[in-house]
Design a protein around this ligand. Structure first.
Ligand SMILES: [Zn+2]
Ligand SMILES: [Zn+2]
Ligand SMILES: [Zn+2]
Length: 161
């Protein structure tokens, strides 16, 4: 039984460092998987990692303009799809948006705690939860495609306001 807090809620901090670290991990992870982190994929990953809040595909598309691109939407969507398949980002279904994964080395389906006030997301990996869901699925004869769990509520900072 292990619970790993992959991405805690973050207050004021040096986000440059988070971004640098995420890009470094992504490079390593792609190399290990034999995948290519092309320039556009790297730029899209940078945009998803803009903060600890999920970014919509539209935000990414707009953000690409800051890199001097005017990409066709499919280019941005394909890059997001690649990053999701490479496990570098997670899709938050309830917000129809993407969040960077701080620990893509491990294959996991996390639990996402989403603040409805500030949109900040914390990622937790609790293997007990994952195993329980698998067991329940087995008893139902159900084959899960995705075990991501999204928990909506208020983060500590927003609750104090
Ligand atoms: Zn950060
Ligand atoms: Zn993750
Ligand atoms: Zn909040």
């Amino acid at each position: 039984m292990t619970t790993t807090i992959i991405a805690p809620f973050r207050g004021a901090h040096n986000h440059e460092r988070c971004l640098d670290e995420a890009l470094r991990i992504a490079e390593d992870s792609c190399r290990a998987q034999g995948l290519r982190l092309t320039e556009i994929r790297r730029q899209v990953l940078t945009l998803v990692w803009k903060s600890h809040k999920p970014q919509r595909a539209y935000d990414v598309l707009e953000g690409l303009k800051t890199f001097g691109h005017k990409p066709a939407p499919p280019t941005a969507y394909r890059a997001l799809e690649f990053l999701e398949q490479a496990k570098l980002i997670h899709r938050i279904e309830s917000l129809n948006a993407y969040i960077g994964c701080a620990d893509p080395k491990k294959r996991h389906s996390g639990q996402f705690f989403i603040c409805e006030e500030c949109d900040t997301v914390a990622e937790v990996q609790d293997t007990t939860v994952t195993r329980k869901v698998s067991r329940n699925a087995g008893e139902l004869g159900f084959t899960p495609r995705n075990q991501t769990i999204e928990i909506l509520g208020l983060c500590q900072q927003c609750r104090q306001h």
